[in-house]
Design a protein around this ligand. Structure first.
Ligand SMILES: Cc1cc2nc3c(=O)[nH]c(=O)nc-3n(C[C@H](O)[C@H](O)[C@H](O)COP(=O)(O)O)c2cc1C
Length: 171
């Protein structure tokens, strides 16, 4: 059996896996941290709540991420829940070779110097609770130490089938 023949079924499987998951809509967040005074961050849809007592949240980050070597050294991180008006920000924080915190990104330092992005509907400040490698991603679990919520936030930004969108109430 040639290499191509052995490789193609698993490649097709990977494509099918990706194609299937494209149908799962997910809210978009930006994870941020301050590492030796330098802000770092990336766009993620793998964010989820985990536990109420203690209050835990989590996200997964690819082992291959160039942000991970810095982020893994941060004891605290921030989660910005993006609104439907922030797709540009989501794009910027997913592109390599870009100063993600340079203008037009508007941000400030919050509790524990964690960078907070202006305009997010809510920010969670977390201290790292657990980190483990699962497959080719690191699972990062954080304990929420502070929450900051906008009074009247815009609807959330959602990623679905490779595109950004919003949500509308059924009634
Ligand atoms: C909508 C969207 C969701 C993403 N979700 C994740 C995620 O949950 N985990 C992850 O590791 N990368 C995710 N990415 C990719 C990272 O944002 C991107 O690969 C990364 O920022 C590339 O730069 P890096 O080398 O700094 O990680 C997502 C990208 C987009 C556009």
């Amino acid at each position: 059996m040639s290499i191509a023949e052995t490789a193609s079924p698993s490649l097709a499987e990977a494509d099918r896996f990706r194609a299937t998951l494209r149908n799962h809509p997910a809210g978009v967040v930006v994870i941020t941290a301050s590492v030796e005074g330098r802000p770092v961050g990336l766009t993620a849809t793998s964010f989820t709540s985990v536990s109420l007592a203690p209050p835990l949240v989590s996200f997964y980050i690819a082992e291959s991420s160039t942000t991970w070597p810095a982020l893994r050294r941060a004891g605290e991180f921030g989660v910005q829940l993006l609104t439907e008006e922030q797709s540009d920000l989501a794009d910027r924080f997913s592109r390599r070779g870009e100063d993600r915190f340079a203008a037009p990104t508007a941000w400030s330092r919050g509790p524990s110097q964690v960078p907070l992005l202006d305009g997010a509907s809510a920010h969670l400040v977390c201290s790292r609770f657990d980190t483990r490698l699962i497959g080719d991603h690191w699972l990062v679990v954080g304990e929420v130490t502070r929450t900051l919520v906008l009074d009247d936030p815009r609807p959330p930004l959602v990623y679905h089938r490779g595109a950004f969108g919003g949500v509308s109430a059924l009634r």
